[in-house]
Design a protein. Sequence first.
Length: 402
Amino acid sequence: MRAFGSDTRLPTLAIVLDLIREKGTISRVELAEATGLTQATMTHAVRKLVALGFVHEVGTAPTSRGTPRRLLGLRPDACYMAGIQYDRYSAFGVIVNLAGHIVAQREMPGPGEREPGLLIAEFAEHLEALLKSAGIDRSDVLGLGLATYGPQDREAGVLLTPQPTPAWQRFPLAETLSKATGLPVAIENDATAAGIGVRTFGGAPSSFAVVFMAGGIGSGVILDGHPYRGATSNGVELGHISVDALGERCGCGNRGCLDTLAGPISVTERALRDPALTERLGLGKDPLADFSTIGRAAASGDPDAAELIEMSTQMLAVATVTLVNLFDVRGVVLAGNAFTEVGPLYRDVIQDVLDRSVFMRHVHSVKAELADNVSQAAAVGAAVVVLRNVLESPDLGGLAAA
């Protein structure tokens, strides 16, 4: 790791804060050993985090000789961050504290075909309700993170895709939502945000892949604790990996894309073509609700539902092997509200295919698992992005003084 200086100062603060969050209590010496930073660098970083009010000394630990080491810990309620994840069919909001713990959460309706302005007004109302339910003053909230579709221009705060409708493409999303809420707003790819959220919950390896499934299929990769974003915050487009080179042309221009063959909407559309299955399961709601119903029926032994889910799981597993082979990670985490009901079915099939097909399987295993909070992970990650943005802000000194 490079020396602590103007170009590395802020990422270093994020690394140190993450370690303190992960360990609970830790000394400066242990922080320096874990990061490879010098004692002087670590002292400088900790001093800034203390000045921000994020970290404080919580006691001492005895040593075999010399002065006991002073232990550092987080001030969990030093600040809060808000996060919202949305796709066409659903949305989920959270308030998290500095330790990454959810202090308030709320399900919200997705945008559907509505215009951006209408949804932004709703998000502002839901945020107000979240803050009220948690008894948190808006002045204690660092900002709002918004996790949604890629590709994106994160600096401009706009989506570079006509999703969920063409009106959203290049709409000033972050700016408009900031005016509506009175908070700084950051946008993030939903799958990447889920990976950040998984890391925040703790227990994840430093490098892993995320398979994210909500209205569609996406993916993210965390490498050595850092998100890989690509040029437009859409670095790992798993949903548009071809799993059938001779398949139908996708709207993206490719043929046989994973999302169009194995995603929740595709599964639901196939089910709706079967009148008997549609009537038996009571389908015809929104695609995500129908997908969950199909998944529950498959788990209960309905043969037609099981066939649909089996095809989806096999295709997703094949694409996941490609993802693992590309990045040589040791773990794959499944996140997104489409996995709420059917997560175990997908995890087991993916694990079986990984065990048989990953190129490096004879060198190391690759574990597939469900995120601890499959439906909340992306919203939590979006909230944590706000904190990271604060630590990367050129006004950090002013914030510490305040």
